[in-house]
Design a protein around this ligand. Sequence first.
Ligand SMILES: [Zn+2]
Length: 716
Amino acid sequence: MNNPLLDFTDLPLFDQIKPEHVAPAMDSLLAQSEAALARVSGADFPPRWTEISAVLDVATERLGRAWSAVSHLNNVADTPELRAAFNAALPRITDFWTRLGADERLYAKYKAIDPSTLNPEQQQALRLALRSFVLGGAELSGPDKERFASIQERQAELSQKFSENVLDATDHFAYYANASEIEGLPQDVIQAARAAAQQDGREGYKLTLKMPCYLPVMQFARSGELRQRLYRAYVTRASEQAGEEAVQFDNSAVIRELLALRQEEARLLGYRNFGEVSVVPKMAQSPQQVLTFLRDLAVRARPHAERDVAELRAFASERLQLHDPQPWDWPYLSERLKEERYAFSEQEVKAYFTAPRVLAGLFRIVETLFEVRIQPDTAPTWHPGVSFYRIERSLPGGAAQLLGQFYLDQPARQGKRGGAWMDDVRSRWLRPDSGTLQTPVAHLVCNFAEGVDGQPALLTHDDVITLFHEFGHGLHHLLTQVNERDVAGISGVEWDAVELPSQFMENFCWEWNVLCDMTAHVQTGQAMPRALFDKMLAARNFQSGMQTLRQIEFALFDMLLHTDHEPEQDFLPLLDLVRAEVAVLQPPAWSRSAHSFSHIFAGGYAAGYYSYKWAEVLSADAYAAFEETLSAQGLPSPQTGRKYRQAILEAGGSRPAIESFKAFRGREPSLDALLRHQGMAPIELADPHNREAPNVHRSNWAPAGKLPAADSAGPA
Ligand SMILES: [Zn+2]
């Protein structure tokens, strides 16, 4: 058999995989996986972890690895032929995983395993497997089971409908502006708008609600009337407030039905509301804990947000003679104020970050803090621009132990999906079939601009942060010391904690003594001047108070909507209450931002939007341990690095994230570090008038006691 997708000797043969290999490989691997599933769920198969794993996991791991290679190529080296082969196989692959996750006989087999025969890692893997079966409805029977399945199906349809409505409502709007209306817009936006109008055979400039057009209009268009026109269209998208001809995209009914189905699903599973279901596989213990967390953060951020608004108002009044700014003025005002205060150009910053120097700096900090060596290595790849590395640990006596390997695909190019991500090629696993230890392998993918005129690629500071972020995910996957595949590295980590190691690494990009060492001007070779860095740092925290409250507003609305709201009732009053509690800038009464809140109605973040802030708090607090132990030269301490590596990175998903966090920090997480990093240290109340600031309408809320307590959450 000459199919490179079926060669599992070592690394994927990326240079040999062709579209025509996909279908036969998937046929064969799916058949093997089906056979394995049938075998282990048979009545005579022993309910023993290692035996099940040696048959089922070995087969499905091959399927997963081969499919991961195909979808990776589809992402980074797309061709029409490969895409066709990928799309043809996709439904069969998805169908198999779905059936596996809901297989009753397999669930019964897992339930029959005696946990006392397992090591702690296996026990955790078994707990997670059983939990996901239960949340998938495996405990239900008869009409309940059927109803559960049809709820899932209907929810998928509604989510799809929700996204389509948002997309169609966004596409539906177009405004052809004249030359005087678009004054102030950046040149590239003007050119694109002109070209779009020409394509429609129209005069003027076509403005739309798509981000690359909408955002610059709100930030730069001098015409308040134009901004108001686009703002109104944007915040009423997919709602009953949109113009008559757009009312077909109204999401009101979709939202109501989704909320009702989620409530019903939660009750079938034995919970009171969907919020309780959502937090089961997460680090947060209960919806109440999330609400308290968000409200604490809101109270602490509020004085800063109020100061942000006061500054904006003063600026508008003094500099632009705008005495009563409206919602469509705020982004414009912010941009003007930001320009005035922190003028520095992205070009200026870029000249200091050459890709090789940044990479060397990243490797150096990782090697020092985590006691590893990163060495260039070779492997079959999909493009000559891809590099491959091994991470090793030095053993006493000079020998090196291989911990893991990774591909680094940096440059943007034709046929490569945008964005940046970490993906696994294979996981660390003490294989139940051969008894050998499989080392982990990762993909790190970015999309950096190529260097021009023979110069090295130049990175923006955002690019540098992205590289560190993805490398953080990579280290979580690669430095794990867990031998059980499903809880090794990132696998099994609660998803409100999974961004801890990635956001943690971002902090180094704001540490002068670390960053300075990674800079060298592309022409002069000189390090970045401190003054430029200080401007970047100040701009980083511009309006952080306002931005924090905006995120909390979304997160609080999301969690309350799924815990403390009857689905058949109108949800708009709830949104008003949330805004009255946390927002410093009130949107107009006709604003309908919930109708396009795709994260929670179409994106898997229902009762989970808080996760963004949650993980930010964890990573900032973890990083603070390094700030507390900086050396005399201002460099992070290797002792703290070792502790972090062992407690967080090596432990992976083998225990709850809170235990790993406490093992590292010796205490519960705290909000302090995040607030400090974002320039929100407690405001001194020297001026007693500042005391008036907090405007929290707490009495509007249902008493906390109405919500379930942490210890009572769980299937009835
Ligand atoms: Zn991430």
